[in-house]
Design a protein around this ligand. Sequence first.
Ligand code: ATP
Length: 268
Amino acid sequence: IIASQLVVPDEINVNWKDIAGLDNLIRELRETVILPIQKRELFADSRLTQPPKGVLLHGPPGCGKTLIAKATAKEANMSFINLDVSLLTDKWYGETQKLASAVFSLAVKLQPCIVFIDEIESFLRTRTAHDHEATAMMKTQFMSLWDGLITDPSCTVIIMGATNRPQDLDKAIQRRMPATFHVPMPNEFQRERILQLILHEEPIASDIDYKKLAATSEGFSGSDLHEVCRQAAVYRVRDYAREDLAREQESIDNKSNCSDPDEQYTDA
Ligand code: ATP
């Protein structure tokens, strides 16, 4: 199960060039997370300069959190495990316990490695007295496995969580994620950059007005912009295909109208 969610660095198909409008955030990530991995020998000397073992990306859906996590792994030459939290919540407690241990030991074997957990708050939300006993035990076990990484200075495994609801995360989890980055809804300038990136290799009209498109797409996430461009491209191809079909039909009709009605009997 875990192997199906695992990608080694060479096979990660996202890099920074695939992300538009987030230059400052990328710069900060490079300084805080990637540099200490790339220059481990300089940072590993002291406990105070250890690379963070927990990173939180928070912000609205479709704004690039997953892209950023993958590009970080790519640049830092790390393996990437995309941990589907439903695997840890759907099964019987004994099974999830084994799975959580397996994920951590696989990550340690593959290190340097990022374990990415999308919607991390759905699994590690604030603990309450109403928590099911198995859920509470699962969270406790997960945190103690995580602490094992934190206390081992030679370990280069990062738990990278993404969430739309950071306020729902357990405080104990927030403490384990000292590097926190907000991935915002794109502003007008960022939307322009995202549209340019999405369309840069597409056969588009030469007079396309990116500024106007950006100004009229207030409230659209990167994912929304991608979907709008996809639909526009599909409509165009569909129109063309329909016209092409009509032309073919017309030429068939013309041929059958022009042909000599007796011709079909000539050979016979
Ligand atoms: P969710 O919270 O729903 O998991 P997310 O924040 O992880 O969303 P992604 O999965 O990273 O968002 O992005 C979804 C898609 O939106 C990407 O595959 C890409 O096509 C597009 N996209 C989003 N943000 C950007 C961006 N800044 N630059 C380029 N493309 C973007």
